[in-house]
Design a binder for this molecule. Sequence first.
Ligand SMILES: *Cc1c(COP(=O)(O)O)cnc(C)c1O
Length: 427
Amino acid sequence: MVCSNWQSAGRRHLWMPYTQMKTAPPPLPVARTEGCEIILADGRRLLDAISSWWTVAHGYNHPVIVSRMKEQLERMPHVMLGGLLHEPASSLAARLAELLPGELNRVFFADSGSVAIEVALKIAVQFWFNQQQPGKSRFVSFENSYHGDTAGAMSVCDPEDSMHAHFKGFLLEQFPHPIPTSASEWATFRDFLANHVSCLAGVIIEPLVQAAGGMRFHSAGQLQQLRGIVSEFNLLLIVDEIATGFGRTGTMFAIEQAGVEPDLICLGKGLTGGSIGLAATVASDQIFEAFYQDEHSAALMHGPTFMGNPLACSAALASLDLFASEPRLEQARRLEQLFSERLQLLSSHPEVVDVRCLGGIAAIQFQRSVNKYAVMEMALMQNVWLRPLRDVIYLMPPLVVSEAQALRLCDVVSGVVNSPTSAWLID
Ligand SMILES: *Cc1c(COP(=O)(O)O)cnc(C)c1O
């Protein structure tokens, strides 16, 4: 089908993400995508269990998104946002403000989630600077958190997993904590904030699900309690909904399940329904007002070249139309039910620590680390695209997978777990 030499030509020149290229299996050549499937150059059709890094909410190549992007492509694929306004960015900002709760009304666009996090951190620090409190510049973050790969974002990731050791001296030192559960942990956390409030700008958390850190869940109650304590010390709460946003947890945003309003929220991944890169940092009116002054120096000095790209914004608008017109959230909740019923059976396996499901996320955590490539190979044999994380095998398929496809994913995972552990667990 595909006969040029693009595969071998590029392989000598591409630098792959998160991969020790010397030992990893070579990447699989993809010809095209369709629905919930990735179609390889050799004709194999892989059911995508992980939605291309959790982005593809409506399935690949959704006709509503494709046709909207085609129209925009003809009219204007790009124009700078500095000093200019265009319909897609303007409509999308208004639409996001309407979707988000309360005072989250001011949208700053970026092109990747990591940059949206950088922007949130800068906004938080400058918020205090603009109010003559320049010392408030550090952040409390949480163990197992992942907020991106750029320097500021890495500084608030779990120090164990974001390779802080490699970058000591380069990364800012922040304050990672376990997410408190018991009354005594909350007391310790409160004491920490009380003792450090003068140097803190805010607290950053992935609400309900810490995704890349191993699909670790916490409760809506914990998120509410966190909001309470953060407000008590007059700090800013930044929520990173880059993974959880856009229906993944069964509500449009995870914060809705806790009724929590953050001061800043970061969006990305599913924002365009997985079609093209786009991210956003949305600030409350109160935050924005601290920047809205007569002095130029109070303005936010940030501006990615391609921010608010019209093509990406048009894709996001089409994706939001799909959320409005199709039962996507219901599909996510049905997936939760199906995954729970099917995968709970695995919890009695001696190597399984926990099976947990929320919306379109299912995670099985093991006592030991998973041999990622072995599991990927086992799934590939059954034409499923899966990619375990540390000690977790997880499913995060497009929200539109059929019941039969979802059952197939459960069967493949069950097949792996019930096979001899020596083949896929690391001692
Ligand atoms: C993926 C992710 C990011 C980083 O987004 P990129 O677009 O990869 O830069 C940040 N936070 C969370 C929670 C994520 O899942």
